[in-house]
Design a protein around this ligand. Structure first.
Ligand code: DC
Length: 226
């Protein structure tokens, strides 16, 4: 489509569980539509890294809020920055991945993340492709287009293994995904859930091109209806 900046305005919210294809879809959409792309999971990962580096306790909300509230987390060109330092590689390690799902449970940390994510989008004129777990429900509940991605857990484990580029026990990867999904979906504050106005797309048997094509179709239809 390569519609160019200005063709679409507002947030396109992409929510769904780990390894459902959110990042690939969000990045490709942002390229096609000339929009900024925000990966909010990376914000939780950077927050967890800040707490780990400070030697903090990941279950101590007050302590974690104290650490995260003093840090600046941002993203640019698909890379994530903590106080200006590029931490994109470090936040993808298994240690930070597990820590992120712990700090994401803390309401005080979520408040800080939601504010900085909204500010990030505002600074880019209010239009962006934003991926996460609570984008359509909490961060941008008025987003004109909400997509909820799913995929079977076997397929998601296969994708995560391929992404890791090495071969840890397949069962360990699946176990970790399942544990994180359960935590994300059952936490008291902003659990991951599909909003009634979100369009669900199951990517188990869809290649990235097909998934992008489907969402571009939704983008066109949403724009025509506005
Ligand atoms: O998408 P991801 O795997 O990079 O996300 C890292 C963690 O952050 C994961 O446990 C879910 C959590 N998260 C969240 O609670 N809310 C978001 N909007 C994005 C991610």
């Amino acid at each position: 489509m390569r519609a160019g900046a200005g063709w679409w305005s507002g947030v396109i919210a992409i929510d769904g569980p780990a390894a459902s294809g959110k990042s690939t879809l969000a990045r490709r959409l942002s390229e096609e539509l000339g929009l900024a792309w925000l990966d909010t999971g990376a914000f939780y990962r950077a927050a967890a890294l800040a707490v780990l580096r400070a030697g903090g306790d990941l279950d101590d909300e007050k302590g974690a809020v104290g650490v995260v509230g003093r840090r600046v987390i941002s993203q640019d060109g698909g890379r994530t920055f903590l106080d200006g330092e590029d931490v994109e590689t470090e936040i993808r390690t298994p240690r930070v991945t597990e820590a992120a799902s712990k700090v994401a449970v803390l309401p005080g940390v979520r408040d800080i993340m939601v504010q900085s994510q909204r500010r990030w989008v505002e600074e880019r004129g209010g239009s962006a492709v934003v991926e996460g777990r609570d984008i359509g429900s909490v961060v941008f509940p008025d987003a004109p287009l909400k997509v909820f991605l799913t995929a079977d857990s076997d397929e998601r484990a296969r994708r995560r293994l391929a992404e890791l580029g090495h071969a840890p026990e397949a069962s360990a990867v699946q176990e970790s995904l399942t544990r994180r999904d359960r935590k994300d979906a059952t936490r008291a504050t902003s659990p991951m859930r599909r909003m009634p106005d979100a369009v669900e797309i199951n990517t188990t048997d869809l290649g990235p091109d097909e998934a992008v094509g489907r969402v571009l179709g939704l983008v066109r239809a949403t724009r025509a209806a506005r």
